[in-house]
Design a binder for this molecule. Sequence first.
Ligand code: PMP
Length: 371
Amino acid sequence: MTFPPLREELQGLEPYGAPQLDVPVQLNVNENPHAPSATVVAEIARAVAEAATTLNRYPDREFTDLRVALATYLSRDAPQGIAPEQVWAANGSNEVMLQLLQAFGGPGRVALSFAPTYSMYPEYARDTSTAWVQGRRETDFSLDLDAARTLVLEHRPSVVLLPSPNNPTGTALPPEAVSVLCEAAGDGLVVVDEAYGEFRRTGTPSALELLPRYRNLVVTRTMSKAFALAGARLGYLAAAPEITDAIRVVRLPYHLSAITQAVALAALRHAPELLGKVDELRAERDRTVDWLRGQGLRVADSDANFALFGTFADRHAVWQGMVDRGVLIREVGPEGWLRVSIGTADEMAQFQNALSEVMSTQVMGTEEGAR
Ligand code: PMP
């Protein structure tokens, strides 16, 4: 055994994480560019001060008030309504998904998704000793439903991870895709990760609508994106109560601190204001996609607050050229592509200026069909 006695499958691996560089325009981790207003800051500070008066005690393990508030919020996208017993929350949807794999994955079980997709998924599988199976998306990043169904029937995963909209491509899933996979999965869970759900284009329904129909469907959300609360770390899900009950077996005691619960509750009381910039960001996204296409680039259709564009023979050179001009984007996704998060109108203008410059000063050979 070597020291420290790291598990063999973890040896030599780099920790996940986008570069955190100190540049003026940060468009690399799909954050909301709008900081909370002075009113919301004051309300959060008041809620934290109140929670601080009882910090000698452990918090409410069942985060009862927060579950009620999250259920009320989710009910907007679910005509049937969402009950508090259907809601679970943790420190970011990353932790929610790790808990799902701790409870429903594990040795001898399979988790399945379709690439290109969120690169943390295989890490949740690895960390819970769950086998990982990855199908492929089509060249437009949609799912071939027949092939997806066949893959699920072949591998019988206990968890299927389906982001909608997908990261890093921005692709939303049509409701038929969720139905086909819920039916194919049998008793396995189908987790529709709607981290970017609030940014979806008009006419794209949320998978929350399908919850009454499929007992194996789980829909995850986060306050990190549309809610502009990435620093607070609050992710959540809606599913059948048997599923939320089962997750309690693997959660650490008091995993949601009293401070986290107070901050999330205060933010939910100000939901309309915090979500007020979503429409503006969706419009900015559509403008960005049009502008990139106008430059002759390929851009994946996006229902999220980012756009995947390319393709570049040397994407790293483009990324570096952007950093040199003070704009941080993300080198992620299939070879040749880059992803930009949608910032303020001013930030997007700086992004456009920098990219125009980089594209005119470099030999920008494109790599057609790179995947
Ligand atoms: N799912 C997807 C598809 C994501 O892109 C992210 C964050 N980038 C997450 C989940 C996790 O977000 P958080 O833990 O902040 O809720």
